[in-house]
Design a protein around this ligand. Structure first.
Ligand SMILES: NC(=O)c1ccc[n+]([C@@H]2O[C@H](COP(=O)([O-])OP(=O)(O)OC[C@H]3O[C@@H](n4cnc5c(N)ncnc54)[C@H](OP(=O)(O)O)[C@@H]3O)[C@@H](O)[C@H]2O)c1
Length: 318
């Protein structure tokens, strides 16, 4: 089969690799589409290796058709599915633990379904499980027009929370409002922490970190939870410790990829239970920015690198 390998010059190459072999507890998916995530760019740069046991090529999510499954598997050959992966989605086939496979929501194309596993699971994990977001609370979501940001806004609105979000341009602001954000901050034109002072927050889903994190803690309500999922804005900050003490704040770091397959399978069960019916109704739907043939993965990565995308970029196979 073919897969998108990363060569020694950090370039993506559509290359021949051995077919995966079925093993107990796993299925093989014939990949029809794979979602592109910011983490894939880090992996290409050599900064985010796959967890042990997963292929060396990138791809945290895919959608396709079950090609091989054990006779006692809950999946049958021909089932239309999508899956969360530790890596290896940029390929014609993926070997996946059964528990990380989900049915394709009714009415979803392969391209749409390939955009669901990584960002909706991340949103669910951090907003609902770790963040315990409640109806009526206010949540701050950095990068509201990103793949993750859009998923998080949709999940937060399902819970009944007020959403304050950041974007980097007017067209992204418009998109975030359309998706349901209540307050949209253009981070390049406004002072984010000042806007938050006027909209005190209970929970943050923060992919930026950096100096802003420390400044924004002042704008949290007592009992607030600040969840850091990436450090796009910098790896260090100054934290006002007395604010942490007085307000009983929690600062939590969280990555999905480094969790065990068993824990991921648990979160996926909750995702299918709570979010799939909404996808089927159309109240939750991924936004696709661009679609590329899989062998053009390098071009797809450029879209994310230039921070142009509103929503997800998808790689497809015939
Ligand atoms: N920990 C986890 O488990 C986990 C899982 C999934 C994703 N993530 C992280 O979540 C982020 C979004 O992922 P994605 O795949 O959806 O990425 P994406 O679509 O590429 O979006 C990234 C966006 O972040 C915004 N941004 C860049 N620098 C920023 C800064 N300094 N401050 C605030 N915003 C900034 C930009 O949008 P604007 O210009 O509009 O602000 C950029 O387009 C990535 O950092 C990713 O690594 C973490």
């Amino acid at each position: 089969m073919k897969a998108v390998l990363i060569d020694s010059e950090h370039q993506l190459k559509w290359s021949e690799v051995p077919d995966p072999a079925l093993k107990p507890g796993y299925v093989i998916i014939q990949v029809k589409a794979a979602g592109v995530n910011r983490a894939d760019l880090l992996q290409v740069a050599g900064k985010y290796p796959p967890p042990p046991g997963w292929p060396e090529w990138p791809g945290l999510e895919c959608a396709g058709i079950i090609e091989q499954a054990a006779p006692d598997s809950r999946w049958k050959i021909g089932d239309r599915v999508c899956a969360l992966l530790g890596g290896g989605g940029y390929a014609e086939k993926a070997l996946v633990p059964e528990g990380m496979v989900m049915p394709l929501p009714a009415g979803c194309s392969f391209n749409e379904a390939a955009c669901l596993p990584e960002v909706y699971t991340t949103a669910m994990l951090n907003l609902v499980r770790l963040g315990e977001l409640k109806q009526g609370e206010t949540v701050f979501i950095q990068a509201g027009a990103s793949g993750l940001g859009i998923a998080a806004i949709q999940i937060a609105k399902l819970v009944g929370a007020k959403v304050v979000t950041t974007v980097g341009s007017p067209d992204k602001a418009e998109a975030a409002k359309k998706i349901g954000a209540d307050v949209v901050i253009n981070r390049k034109a406004e002072t984010v922490d000042e806007v938050l002072q006027q909209n005190p927050i209970d929970l943050a889903l923060d992919c930026a970190g950096g100096a802003l994190l420390g400044k924004c803690l002042n704008a949290m309500n007592p009992g607030g939870r600040w969840i850091l999922v990436a450090t796009l804005g910098g790896e260090t900050t100054e934290i006002p410790l007395r604010v942490l003490l007085k307000k009983h704040l929690k600062v939590i770091g969280s990555t999905l990829r480094s969790r065990s397959d068993a824990e991921k399978s648990e979160i996926l069960k909750q995702l299918v239970e709570l979010v799939w019916p909404q996808v089927e109704k159309g109240t939750v739907r991924p936004v696709i920015n661009a679609v590329f043939p899989m062998e053009k993965a390098a071009e797809a990565h450029q879209v994310l690198a230039q921070q142009k995308n509103i929503g997800k970029v998808v790689l497809t196979l015939p």
